[in-house]
Design a protein around this ligand. Structure first.
Ligand code: ADQ
Length: 471
Protein backbone atom coordinates (compact mmCIF):
# COMPACT_ATOMS: atom_id res chain seq x y z
CA UNK A 1 0.00 0.00 0.00
CA UNK A 2 1.27 3.46 -0.87
CA UNK A 3 2.40 5.85 1.84
CA UNK A 4 0.55 9.06 2.51
CA UNK A 5 2.53 12.26 2.91
CA UNK A 6 0.49 15.03 4.50
CA UNK A 7 1.75 18.59 4.27
CA UNK A 8 0.39 21.59 6.14
CA UNK A 9 1.84 24.85 7.39
CA UNK A 10 1.79 23.71 11.01
CA UNK A 11 1.92 20.10 12.13
CA UNK A 12 -0.19 19.18 15.15
CA UNK A 13 -0.92 15.48 15.62
CA UNK A 14 -2.63 14.62 18.89
CA UNK A 15 -0.04 13.95 21.56
CA UNK A 16 0.40 10.53 23.13
CA UNK A 17 -1.47 11.89 26.14
CA UNK A 18 -4.74 11.45 24.20
CA UNK A 19 -7.69 13.86 24.38
CA UNK A 20 -5.82 17.12 24.97
CA UNK A 21 -6.74 20.06 22.76
CA UNK A 22 -6.04 18.56 19.31
CA UNK A 23 -8.92 19.22 16.90
CA UNK A 24 -10.85 16.78 14.73
CA UNK A 25 -8.78 17.63 11.71
CA UNK A 26 -5.52 16.75 13.43
CA UNK A 27 -7.07 13.52 14.71
CA UNK A 28 -8.31 12.54 11.23
CA UNK A 29 -5.04 13.25 9.52
CA UNK A 30 -3.16 11.39 12.23
CA UNK A 31 -5.51 8.42 11.79
CA UNK A 32 -5.03 8.52 8.02
CA UNK A 33 -1.28 8.50 8.49
CA UNK A 34 -1.42 5.54 10.84
CA UNK A 35 -3.57 3.66 8.31
CA UNK A 36 -1.40 4.36 5.29
CA UNK A 37 1.85 4.81 7.15
CA UNK A 38 3.53 7.98 6.16
CA UNK A 39 4.81 11.34 7.22
CA UNK A 40 3.31 14.67 8.23
CA UNK A 41 5.53 17.48 7.00
CA UNK A 42 5.46 21.19 7.85
CA UNK A 43 6.88 24.14 9.73
CA UNK A 44 7.94 23.52 13.31
CA UNK A 45 6.79 27.00 14.33
CA UNK A 46 10.42 27.68 15.29
CA UNK A 47 12.68 30.37 13.87
CA UNK A 48 16.29 29.80 12.87
CA UNK A 49 19.00 32.35 11.91
CA UNK A 50 19.47 30.96 8.41
CA UNK A 51 17.31 28.37 6.65
CA UNK A 52 19.14 25.04 6.44
CA UNK A 53 16.39 22.67 5.27
CA UNK A 54 17.37 20.36 8.07
CA UNK A 55 14.48 18.07 8.99
CA UNK A 56 13.69 17.06 12.53
CA UNK A 57 11.91 13.69 12.48
CA UNK A 58 9.81 12.76 15.52
CA UNK A 59 7.16 10.22 16.50
CA UNK A 60 4.10 11.91 18.02
CA UNK A 61 0.87 10.06 18.79
CA UNK A 62 1.85 7.13 16.56
CA UNK A 63 2.63 9.40 13.62
CA UNK A 64 5.96 10.36 12.08
CA UNK A 65 6.30 14.10 11.75
CA UNK A 66 8.98 15.93 9.77
CA UNK A 67 9.54 19.50 10.86
CA UNK A 68 11.59 22.33 9.41
CA UNK A 69 12.44 25.69 10.94
CA UNK A 70 12.00 28.95 9.03
CA UNK A 71 13.82 32.29 9.13
CA UNK A 72 12.34 35.39 10.71
CA UNK A 73 11.92 36.97 7.26
CA UNK A 74 9.98 33.87 6.16
CA UNK A 75 7.64 34.21 9.05
CA UNK A 76 7.07 37.90 8.38
CA UNK A 77 6.56 37.64 4.62
CA UNK A 78 5.08 34.17 4.16
CA UNK A 79 3.09 33.54 7.34
CA UNK A 80 2.17 36.89 8.90
CA UNK A 81 2.34 38.50 5.45
CA UNK A 82 1.00 36.62 2.42
CA UNK A 83 -0.93 33.92 4.29
CA UNK A 84 -2.50 36.00 7.06
CA UNK A 85 -2.54 39.53 5.62
CA UNK A 86 -3.14 38.83 1.93
CA UNK A 87 -4.85 35.50 1.22
CA UNK A 88 -6.87 35.09 4.44
CA UNK A 89 -8.65 38.47 4.20
CA UNK A 90 -9.06 38.23 0.41
CA UNK A 91 -10.51 34.70 0.55
CA UNK A 92 -12.88 35.89 3.30
CA UNK A 93 -14.06 38.78 1.10
CA UNK A 94 -12.25 41.44 3.17
CA UNK A 95 -10.25 43.22 0.47
CA UNK A 96 -10.37 46.27 2.77
CA UNK A 97 -7.98 44.40 5.09
CA UNK A 98 -5.87 42.70 2.41
CA UNK A 99 -2.28 43.90 1.99
CA UNK A 100 -0.85 43.45 -1.50
CA UNK A 101 2.88 43.84 -0.98
CA UNK A 102 5.40 42.36 -3.41
CA UNK A 103 7.70 41.26 -0.63
CA UNK A 104 4.89 39.09 0.80
CA UNK A 105 4.36 37.35 -2.55
CA UNK A 106 8.10 36.78 -2.90
CA UNK A 107 8.35 35.38 0.61
CA UNK A 108 5.42 33.06 -0.11
CA UNK A 109 7.06 31.67 -3.24
CA UNK A 110 10.41 31.37 -1.46
CA UNK A 111 8.99 29.36 1.44
CA UNK A 112 7.01 27.11 -0.90
CA UNK A 113 10.22 26.49 -2.88
CA UNK A 114 12.11 25.76 0.34
CA UNK A 115 9.41 23.36 1.48
CA UNK A 116 9.52 21.61 -1.92
CA UNK A 117 13.31 21.24 -1.87
CA UNK A 118 13.21 19.85 1.66
CA UNK A 119 10.24 17.56 1.05
CA UNK A 120 11.14 16.13 -2.39
CA UNK A 121 13.84 13.73 -1.13
CA UNK A 122 11.33 12.23 1.34
CA UNK A 123 8.88 11.25 -1.42
CA UNK A 124 9.22 7.70 -2.67
CA UNK A 125 7.73 6.04 -5.77
CA UNK A 126 3.98 5.51 -5.39
CA UNK A 127 3.61 7.82 -2.37
CA UNK A 128 0.49 9.99 -2.29
CA UNK A 129 1.04 13.61 -1.33
CA UNK A 130 -1.84 15.56 0.29
CA UNK A 131 -1.24 19.29 0.74
CA UNK A 132 -3.45 21.45 2.95
CA UNK A 133 -4.64 25.00 2.75
CA UNK A 134 -3.88 28.41 1.41
CA UNK A 135 -0.36 28.68 2.78
CA UNK A 136 0.86 26.07 0.31
CA UNK A 137 -0.99 26.58 -2.97
CA UNK A 138 2.19 26.69 -5.16
CA UNK A 139 3.82 23.68 -3.49
CA UNK A 140 2.86 21.11 -6.14
CA UNK A 141 4.20 23.32 -8.93
CA UNK A 142 7.51 23.62 -7.07
CA UNK A 143 7.61 19.86 -6.53
CA UNK A 144 6.89 19.22 -10.23
CA UNK A 145 9.83 21.51 -11.12
CA UNK A 146 12.01 19.19 -9.07
CA UNK A 147 10.78 16.21 -11.06
CA UNK A 148 8.20 14.81 -8.61
CA UNK A 149 5.63 12.86 -10.66
CA UNK A 150 3.61 11.36 -7.78
CA UNK A 151 -0.09 12.02 -7.40
CA UNK A 152 -0.51 15.24 -5.44
CA UNK A 153 -3.77 16.56 -4.00
CA UNK A 154 -4.72 19.91 -2.49
CA UNK A 155 -7.53 20.69 -0.07
CA UNK A 156 -8.61 24.26 0.66
CA UNK A 157 -10.05 24.67 4.15
CA UNK A 158 -11.26 28.25 3.62
CA UNK A 159 -13.74 29.72 1.09
CA UNK A 160 -12.78 30.40 -2.51
CA UNK A 161 -13.49 34.07 -3.34
CA UNK A 162 -15.65 35.30 -6.20
CA UNK A 163 -13.88 35.93 -9.50
CA UNK A 164 -14.05 39.74 -9.38
CA UNK A 165 -12.66 39.83 -5.86
CA UNK A 166 -9.86 37.43 -6.70
CA UNK A 167 -8.72 39.54 -9.62
CA UNK A 168 -7.81 42.31 -7.16
CA UNK A 169 -4.82 40.15 -6.19
CA UNK A 170 -1.89 41.19 -8.39
CA UNK A 171 -0.67 37.59 -8.85
CA UNK A 172 -4.13 36.02 -9.19
CA UNK A 173 -3.50 34.24 -12.47
CA UNK A 174 -0.18 32.77 -11.35
CA UNK A 175 -1.79 31.57 -8.13
CA UNK A 176 -4.68 29.81 -9.84
CA UNK A 177 -2.52 28.33 -12.60
CA UNK A 178 -0.26 26.83 -9.96
CA UNK A 179 -3.27 24.78 -8.77
CA UNK A 180 -3.28 22.99 -12.13
CA UNK A 181 -0.08 21.19 -11.07
CA UNK A 182 -2.24 19.06 -8.74
CA UNK A 183 -4.07 15.86 -9.66
CA UNK A 184 -6.97 16.67 -7.33
CA UNK A 185 -8.10 20.02 -5.94
CA UNK A 186 -10.78 19.87 -3.25
CA UNK A 187 -13.02 22.56 -1.78
CA UNK A 188 -15.38 22.56 1.18
CA UNK A 189 -18.57 23.45 -0.66
CA UNK A 190 -20.34 23.50 -4.00
CA UNK A 191 -20.36 27.27 -3.65
CA UNK A 192 -16.55 27.38 -3.54
CA UNK A 193 -16.33 24.90 -6.40
CA UNK A 194 -18.63 27.07 -8.51
CA UNK A 195 -16.62 30.21 -7.76
CA UNK A 196 -13.41 28.43 -8.73
CA UNK A 197 -14.99 27.04 -11.91
CA UNK A 198 -16.19 30.52 -12.84
CA UNK A 199 -12.62 31.84 -12.58
CA UNK A 200 -11.16 28.94 -14.56
CA UNK A 201 -13.72 29.35 -17.32
CA UNK A 202 -13.66 33.11 -17.65
CA UNK A 203 -10.13 34.16 -16.70
CA UNK A 204 -8.11 31.13 -17.83
CA UNK A 205 -10.58 30.28 -20.63
CA UNK A 206 -10.31 26.58 -19.89
CA UNK A 207 -13.22 24.16 -20.02
CA UNK A 208 -14.17 21.84 -17.19
CA UNK A 209 -15.35 18.50 -18.43
CA UNK A 210 -17.12 16.32 -15.89
CA UNK A 211 -15.09 17.82 -13.04
CA UNK A 212 -11.76 17.62 -14.87
CA UNK A 213 -9.64 20.49 -16.17
CA UNK A 214 -7.15 19.59 -18.85
CA UNK A 215 -4.23 21.97 -19.43
CA UNK A 216 -0.69 21.44 -20.73
CA UNK A 217 -1.17 17.69 -20.84
CA UNK A 218 -2.16 17.42 -17.15
CA UNK A 219 -5.60 16.51 -15.86
CA UNK A 220 -6.76 18.13 -12.62
CA UNK A 221 -9.90 16.78 -10.99
CA UNK A 222 -11.86 19.30 -8.91
CA UNK A 223 -14.57 18.58 -6.39
CA UNK A 224 -16.38 19.49 -3.18
CA UNK A 225 -15.30 17.46 -0.15
CA UNK A 226 -17.10 18.94 2.88
CA UNK A 227 -15.03 18.27 5.98
CA UNK A 228 -16.61 16.74 9.09
CA UNK A 229 -15.74 16.05 12.70
CA UNK A 230 -15.09 12.86 14.64
CA UNK A 231 -18.81 12.79 15.37
CA UNK A 232 -19.19 9.56 17.34
CA UNK A 233 -16.09 10.24 19.42
CA UNK A 234 -17.21 13.79 20.17
CA UNK A 235 -20.66 12.58 21.22
CA UNK A 236 -18.95 10.08 23.55
CA UNK A 237 -16.76 12.85 24.90
CA UNK A 238 -19.87 14.93 25.67
CA UNK A 239 -21.22 12.06 27.80
CA UNK A 240 -17.89 11.46 29.53
CA UNK A 241 -16.82 12.36 33.03
CA UNK A 242 -14.95 15.60 32.34
CA UNK A 243 -17.74 16.90 30.09
CA UNK A 244 -20.36 16.01 32.69
CA UNK A 245 -18.43 17.87 35.37
CA UNK A 246 -18.21 20.96 33.14
CA UNK A 247 -21.89 20.58 32.24
CA UNK A 248 -22.87 20.50 35.91
CA UNK A 249 -20.68 23.52 36.71
CA UNK A 250 -22.12 25.57 33.84
CA UNK A 251 -25.72 24.58 34.60
CA UNK A 252 -25.24 25.56 38.25
CA UNK A 253 -23.92 28.96 37.19
CA UNK A 254 -26.94 29.45 34.91
CA UNK A 255 -29.26 29.72 37.91
CA UNK A 256 -32.20 28.67 35.75
CA UNK A 257 -31.37 31.08 32.91
CA UNK A 258 -31.07 29.98 29.30
CA UNK A 259 -27.61 30.05 27.79
CA UNK A 260 -26.58 30.92 24.25
CA UNK A 261 -23.04 29.84 23.38
CA UNK A 262 -20.51 31.01 20.80
CA UNK A 263 -17.08 29.36 20.42
CA UNK A 264 -14.60 30.77 17.94
CA UNK A 265 -11.04 31.66 17.19
CA UNK A 266 -10.94 35.41 17.68
CA UNK A 267 -11.05 36.35 14.00
CA UNK A 268 -12.83 39.12 12.08
CA UNK A 269 -14.35 36.51 9.74
CA UNK A 270 -16.34 34.99 12.61
CA UNK A 271 -18.80 37.91 12.87
CA UNK A 272 -18.40 38.36 16.62
CA UNK A 273 -19.18 42.06 16.73
CA UNK A 274 -22.32 41.54 14.62
CA UNK A 275 -23.24 38.66 16.96
CA UNK A 276 -22.95 40.84 20.08
CA UNK A 277 -25.08 43.50 18.39
CA UNK A 278 -27.73 40.96 17.34
CA UNK A 279 -27.90 39.74 20.93
CA UNK A 280 -28.22 43.33 22.13
CA UNK A 281 -31.11 43.72 19.67
CA UNK A 282 -32.82 40.74 21.29
CA UNK A 283 -32.51 42.41 24.70
CA UNK A 284 -33.76 45.72 23.30
CA UNK A 285 -36.74 44.23 21.42
CA UNK A 286 -37.69 41.71 24.11
CA UNK A 287 -37.13 43.19 27.57
CA UNK A 288 -38.88 40.08 28.95
CA UNK A 289 -35.71 38.13 28.17
CA UNK A 290 -33.65 40.37 30.48
CA UNK A 291 -32.22 38.31 33.36
CA UNK A 292 -33.63 35.12 31.76
CA UNK A 293 -30.85 34.52 29.22
CA UNK A 294 -27.14 35.15 28.78
CA UNK A 295 -24.56 34.77 26.04
CA UNK A 296 -21.36 32.87 26.79
CA UNK A 297 -18.84 33.80 24.12
CA UNK A 298 -15.57 31.87 24.18
CA UNK A 299 -13.09 33.46 21.79
CA UNK A 300 -9.49 32.30 21.76
CA UNK A 301 -7.04 34.98 20.62
CA UNK A 302 -5.13 34.06 17.45
CA UNK A 303 -2.61 35.71 15.08
CA UNK A 304 -1.80 38.39 17.61
CA UNK A 305 1.08 39.63 15.47
CA UNK A 306 -1.35 40.96 12.85
CA UNK A 307 -2.80 44.42 13.49
CA UNK A 308 -6.31 43.58 12.25
CA UNK A 309 -6.49 40.95 15.02
CA UNK A 310 -5.39 43.40 17.69
CA UNK A 311 -8.08 45.79 16.43
CA UNK A 312 -10.93 43.28 16.42
CA UNK A 313 -9.95 42.17 19.91
CA UNK A 314 -10.06 45.74 21.20
CA UNK A 315 -13.42 46.34 19.47
CA UNK A 316 -14.95 43.24 21.03
CA UNK A 317 -13.73 44.26 24.49
CA UNK A 318 -15.43 47.61 23.91
CA UNK A 319 -18.75 46.32 22.52
CA UNK A 320 -19.19 43.57 25.14
CA UNK A 321 -18.30 46.03 27.91
CA UNK A 322 -20.77 48.61 26.60
CA UNK A 323 -23.63 46.08 26.35
CA UNK A 324 -22.90 44.72 29.81
CA UNK A 325 -22.73 48.24 31.22
CA UNK A 326 -26.07 49.13 29.65
CA UNK A 327 -28.06 46.01 30.55
CA UNK A 328 -26.45 44.25 33.55
CA UNK A 329 -28.17 44.11 36.92
CA UNK A 330 -26.67 43.36 40.31
CA UNK A 331 -26.89 39.63 39.73
CA UNK A 332 -27.02 39.26 35.93
CA UNK A 333 -24.33 39.87 33.31
CA UNK A 334 -25.76 39.57 29.77
CA UNK A 335 -22.48 38.59 28.05
CA UNK A 336 -19.83 36.37 29.60
CA UNK A 337 -16.86 36.94 27.36
CA UNK A 338 -13.96 34.51 27.81
CA UNK A 339 -10.63 34.71 25.97
CA UNK A 340 -9.07 31.35 26.65
CA UNK A 341 -8.57 27.92 25.16
CA UNK A 342 -10.46 24.99 26.64
CA UNK A 343 -9.86 21.26 26.62
CA UNK A 344 -12.06 19.49 24.10
CA UNK A 345 -13.90 17.52 26.77
CA UNK A 346 -14.69 20.74 28.67
CA UNK A 347 -15.87 22.32 25.45
CA UNK A 348 -18.18 19.35 24.84
CA UNK A 349 -19.75 19.90 28.27
CA UNK A 350 -20.20 23.63 27.57
CA UNK A 351 -21.94 22.91 24.25
CA UNK A 352 -24.26 20.42 25.94
CA UNK A 353 -25.22 22.91 28.62
CA UNK A 354 -26.16 25.57 26.03
CA UNK A 355 -29.78 25.94 24.92
CA UNK A 356 -28.68 27.67 21.72
CA UNK A 357 -25.48 27.35 19.66
CA UNK A 358 -24.88 30.65 17.90
CA UNK A 359 -22.54 30.24 14.91
CA UNK A 360 -22.65 33.35 12.78
CA UNK A 361 -19.48 33.82 10.73
CA UNK A 362 -19.58 36.41 7.95
CA UNK A 363 -17.62 33.95 5.81
CA UNK A 364 -16.27 30.52 6.75
CA UNK A 365 -14.94 27.57 4.76
CA UNK A 366 -16.96 25.05 6.79
CA UNK A 367 -17.11 25.79 10.56
CA UNK A 368 -16.56 22.76 12.72
CA UNK A 369 -18.06 24.38 15.82
CA UNK A 370 -21.55 24.02 14.27
CA UNK A 371 -21.00 20.27 13.93
CA UNK A 372 -19.44 19.91 17.38
CA UNK A 373 -22.39 21.72 18.95
CA UNK A 374 -24.82 19.24 17.36
CA UNK A 375 -22.72 16.18 18.25
CA UNK A 376 -22.55 17.22 21.92
CA UNK A 377 -26.32 17.55 22.50
CA UNK A 378 -28.49 15.39 24.71
CA UNK A 379 -30.76 13.50 22.24
CA UNK A 380 -33.73 13.82 24.63
CA UNK A 381 -33.36 17.53 25.21
CA UNK A 382 -31.18 19.04 22.48
CA UNK A 383 -30.38 22.70 21.99
CA UNK A 384 -31.00 24.68 18.81
CA UNK A 385 -28.33 25.63 16.28
CA UNK A 386 -28.52 29.13 14.79
CA UNK A 387 -26.22 29.14 11.79
CA UNK A 388 -24.98 31.74 9.33
CA UNK A 389 -25.83 31.14 5.71
CA UNK A 390 -22.21 32.12 4.97
CA UNK A 391 -20.68 29.19 6.86
CA UNK A 392 -19.85 26.31 4.51
CA UNK A 393 -21.71 24.09 7.00
CA UNK A 394 -25.02 25.74 5.98
CA UNK A 395 -25.00 23.75 2.71
CA UNK A 396 -25.35 20.55 4.73
CA UNK A 397 -27.16 21.73 7.89
CA UNK A 398 -30.49 22.91 6.54
CA UNK A 399 -32.29 21.99 9.78
CA UNK A 400 -30.49 24.69 11.70
CA UNK A 401 -32.12 28.12 11.91
CA UNK A 402 -30.25 29.71 9.02
CA UNK A 403 -29.62 33.45 9.35
CA UNK A 404 -28.01 36.36 7.57
CA UNK A 405 -25.38 37.46 10.12
CA UNK A 406 -25.19 40.94 8.58
CA UNK A 407 -28.78 41.55 9.70
CA UNK A 408 -28.96 41.94 13.46
CA UNK A 409 -32.75 41.97 13.30
CA UNK A 410 -32.89 38.64 11.46
CA UNK A 411 -30.38 37.08 13.83
CA UNK A 412 -32.15 38.38 16.92
CA UNK A 413 -35.49 37.06 15.63
CA UNK A 414 -33.91 33.63 15.12
CA UNK A 415 -32.57 33.77 18.69
CA UNK A 416 -36.06 34.48 19.94
CA UNK A 417 -37.45 31.50 17.96
CA UNK A 418 -34.61 29.25 19.17
CA UNK A 419 -35.05 30.16 22.84
CA UNK A 420 -38.78 29.47 22.68
CA UNK A 421 -38.68 26.35 20.46
CA UNK A 422 -40.78 23.47 21.80
CA UNK A 423 -39.00 20.25 22.65
CA UNK A 424 -40.62 18.19 19.86
CA UNK A 425 -39.32 20.53 17.17
CA UNK A 426 -35.89 20.69 18.78
CA UNK A 427 -35.66 16.90 18.78
CA UNK A 428 -36.88 16.62 15.16
CA UNK A 429 -34.39 19.19 13.89
CA UNK A 430 -31.52 17.81 15.92
CA UNK A 431 -32.14 14.22 14.80
CA UNK A 432 -31.83 15.20 11.15
CA UNK A 433 -28.77 17.36 11.83
CA UNK A 434 -27.06 14.63 13.83
CA UNK A 435 -27.69 12.04 11.09
CA UNK A 436 -25.80 14.26 8.66
CA UNK A 437 -22.98 15.04 11.09
CA UNK A 438 -22.44 11.33 11.76
CA UNK A 439 -22.73 10.25 8.11
CA UNK A 440 -20.43 12.97 6.75
CA UNK A 441 -17.83 12.70 9.48
CA UNK A 442 -14.14 13.39 9.22
CA UNK A 443 -13.25 9.80 8.31
CA UNK A 444 -15.71 9.92 5.40
CA UNK A 445 -14.11 13.17 4.25
CA UNK A 446 -10.60 11.76 4.47
CA UNK A 447 -11.48 8.51 2.71
CA UNK A 448 -13.26 10.27 -0.13
CA UNK A 449 -10.35 12.60 -0.68
CA UNK A 450 -7.71 9.90 -0.50
CA UNK A 451 -9.58 7.63 -2.89
CA UNK A 452 -10.01 10.52 -5.33
CA UNK A 453 -6.29 11.09 -5.03
CA UNK A 454 -5.65 7.44 -5.76
CA UNK A 455 -7.68 8.03 -8.89
CA UNK A 456 -10.19 5.27 -8.38
CA UNK A 457 -13.25 7.09 -7.08
CA UNK A 458 -16.05 9.24 -8.28
CA UNK A 459 -15.76 12.76 -6.91
CA UNK A 460 -18.45 15.19 -5.82
CA UNK A 461 -18.81 17.89 -8.39
CA UNK A 462 -22.41 18.87 -7.80
CA UNK A 463 -24.79 17.81 -5.07
CA UNK A 464 -23.53 15.56 -2.31
CA UNK A 465 -26.50 13.29 -2.91
CA UNK A 466 -25.74 12.84 -6.59
CA UNK A 467 -22.22 12.01 -5.67
CA UNK A 468 -23.13 9.53 -3.01
CA UNK A 469 -25.15 7.67 -5.62
CA UNK A 470 -22.22 7.77 -8.04
CA UNK A 471 -19.58 6.55 -5.62
P1 ADQ B 1 -11.14 27.63 11.90
O1 ADQ B 1 -11.24 28.99 11.28
O2 ADQ B 1 -10.19 27.53 13.02
O3 ADQ B 1 -10.81 26.49 10.84
P2 ADQ B 1 -13.52 26.03 12.83
O4 ADQ B 1 -13.88 25.15 11.71
O5 ADQ B 1 -14.71 26.55 13.57
O6 ADQ B 1 -12.67 27.30 12.39
O7 ADQ B 1 -12.63 25.23 13.83
C1 ADQ B 1 -12.24 25.74 15.06
C2 ADQ B 1 -11.80 24.60 15.96
O8 ADQ B 1 -11.13 25.15 17.09
C3 ADQ B 1 -12.98 23.78 16.48
O9 ADQ B 1 -12.61 22.43 16.51
C4 ADQ B 1 -13.18 24.33 17.91
O10 ADQ B 1 -13.66 23.39 18.82
C5 ADQ B 1 -11.77 24.75 18.28
N1 ADQ B 1 -11.82 25.88 19.21
C6 ADQ B 1 -12.28 27.12 18.97
N2 ADQ B 1 -12.20 27.88 20.08
C7 ADQ B 1 -11.69 27.09 21.03
C8 ADQ B 1 -11.37 27.27 22.42
N3 ADQ B 1 -11.55 28.43 23.06
N4 ADQ B 1 -10.85 26.23 23.10
C9 ADQ B 1 -10.64 25.05 22.48
N5 ADQ B 1 -10.93 24.81 21.20
C10 ADQ B 1 -11.44 25.81 20.48
C11 ADQ B 1 -10.50 26.47 9.43
C12 ADQ B 1 -11.52 27.13 8.53
C13 ADQ B 1 -12.91 26.55 8.78
C14 ADQ B 1 -12.87 25.03 8.59
C15 ADQ B 1 -11.72 24.40 9.36
C16 ADQ B 1 -11.53 22.93 9.01
O11 ADQ B 1 -11.54 28.54 8.72
O12 ADQ B 1 -13.87 27.13 7.91
O13 ADQ B 1 -14.08 24.48 9.04
O14 ADQ B 1 -10.49 25.06 9.09
O15 ADQ B 1 -11.44 22.74 7.63
Amino acid sequence: MSRLIVVSNRVNPPSDAGVGTAGGLAMALAAALREYSGVWFGWSGEITDAFTGQISMQRVGGVTVALVDLEEQDREEYYDGYANRTLWPLFHSRTDLAAYERSFGEGYQRVNRRFAETLAPLIGPGDLVWIHDYHLIPLAEELRRLGVTNRIGFFLHIPWPGRRLLTTLPQHRQLVESLLAYDVVGFQTRDALEAFSDYVGRELELTIDDGVIEADGRRTRIGAFPIGIEAAAFADLARGEAAQATFARVRLSQTGRKMIVGVDRLDYSKGLEERFLAYEQLLADHPDWAERVFLLQIATPSRDAVQAYQEIRARLDGVSGRINGAYATVDWVPIRYVNRTHRRDELAGVYRAAHVGLVTPLRDGMNLVAKEYVAAQDPDDPGVLVLSRYAGAAEQMEDALIVNPFSREETSEALEVALAMPRAERVARWTRLMDGVVRDDVAAWRDRFVSALQGDAAVVTHRDDDNRKAS
